[in-house]
Ligand binder design. Structure first.
Ligand SMILES: [Zn+2]
Ligand SMILES: [Zn+2]
Length: 372
């Protein structure tokens, strides 16, 4: 095994450098992952443009790879062996709080970089912290005893497994937060990788009507939404979305609204409130706006709308996403549109942000330049 590890390091806003790190020492209860693919999402676009702190960071929080070296205790505790392909959650749990015991590592204080300056989270942690290799835009990833791993089922390629994060978020947000189930009517806003994953989760759960909104330049993504199970797609620039939703629901509105837009301001939330049924609808948002002037709180309350926050995924959602990928029931491979090597991290993130490249849905970063 090489003595040095090559990684792409974020060194400032919108700046990346390739750097070499020493191969970390692996304790008996730790391991090392050879990274096969690191997925890139909208969060990377935001964190790259405006880093939350100045330390150097190896980004990449949606990581799949093969265990290259495992300490004996690590292998015993995790039930894994060298050579196993795994998905690594970006959350690094404390394993003694109530959230960790519930499989909800995402809420653990140890992985919450917003409130804990010494937090650990893949893709977000300073490369100056012990272990150094805390992100997937690197040939290897450091796995301490408290990393959370999922074995990738046989027959699921690294490329396909790279979609586990959006898909598990889809399951978490649509099913657990939104309560989508048998015969639900659902409006999904934004046909990016996240919105498309909500289509799959909703379809699998038995939704009777799935509507997807997008813009004119999303035409290819809208076609993919239809292929994955959306019943109708609505171009918000060409038609009045609310009128269309009401037409398609016999004037009733939908049970659940899932906002997966990026940079669309307050419009999706306002549409969501109007498009929900008369009483007890549910809306799941991932608010980007620090403030929302003239928020129609009265209307929301009078309709008894439950407003939920989309925040990552729990353990079970990842397991279900892996099963979904293994089933081959949906043409999920069509989500993977672009892949780049380590030297192109900057370009890859900008592609997700819509600055470069055409027809982008999901972008994979391949630290070794290709799939094995
Ligand atoms: Zn992500
Ligand atoms: Zn915890």
């Amino acid at each position: 095994m090489a003595e040095r590890v090559l990684a792409a390091v974020r060194t400032g806003p919108g700046r990346t450098e390739l750097r070499e790190f020493p191969m970390p020492d692996i304790a008996d209860d730790g391991a090392l992952l050879e990274v096969e693919v690191a997925g890139i999402c909208g969060t990377d676009v935001k964190m790259y443009a405006k880093p939350p702190f100045p330390d150097p960071v190896i980004m990449g929080h949606e990581n799949v790879g093969v265990i290259a070296r495992a300490g004996r205790t690590f292998a015993e505790r995790k039930g894994l062996a060298e050579g196993d392909r795994v998905f690594v959650e970006h959350y690094v749990g404390c394993f003694h709080c109530e959230w960790c015991h519930a499989g909800e590592y995402r809420h653990c204080e140890l992985t919450d970089w917003r409130t804990n300056p010494d937090a650990r989270r893949y893709g977000y942690t300073s490369a100056e912290k012990p272990g150094h290799l805390w992100g997937g835009f690197s040939q290897y990833l450091y796995l301490p005893w408290n990393s959370v791993l999922h074995k990738v089922p046989d027959g699921v390629s690294a490329e396909l497994a790279g979609l586990v994060t959006p898909l598990s978020n889809g399951i978490e947000w649509a099913l657990n937060a939104g309560g989508v189930g048998y015969a639900s009517t659902v409006l999904i806003q934004g046909p990016g990788q996240q919105g498309l994953s909500q289509v799959v989760a909703s379809k699998q759960a038995g939704a009777s009507l799935i509507l997807m909104t997008g813009t004119t330049r999303d035409a290819a993504r809208m076609e993919l939404a239809t292929a994955l199970g959306a019943d109708h797609v609505i171009d918000v620039q060409q038609e009045d979305a609310l009128t269309r939703v009401l037409d398609l629901t016999g004037g009733k509105g939908v049970d659940v609204v899932l906002d997966c837009t990026a940079g669309a301001g307050t419009a999706p939330v306002l549409l969501g409130i109007d498009a929900l049924k008369r009483r007890e609808g549910v809306m799941v948002t991932q608010g980007e706006l620090a403030a929302f002037p003239d928020f129609p709180l009265k209307k929301m309350t009078e309709k008894c709308i439950a407003l939920k926050s989309a925040r990552g995924h729990g353990y079970r959602a990842v397991e279900l996403a892996l099963e979904q990928l293994a089933s081959g029931r949906f043409p999920l491979e069509r989500l993977g549109t672009h892949s780049f090597g380590l030297e192109d991290v900057d370009h890859a993130i900008r592609a997700v942000g819509g600055e470069v490249e055409e027809g982008v849905v999901h972008v994979s970063l391949l630290p070794w330049g290709k799939y094995a």
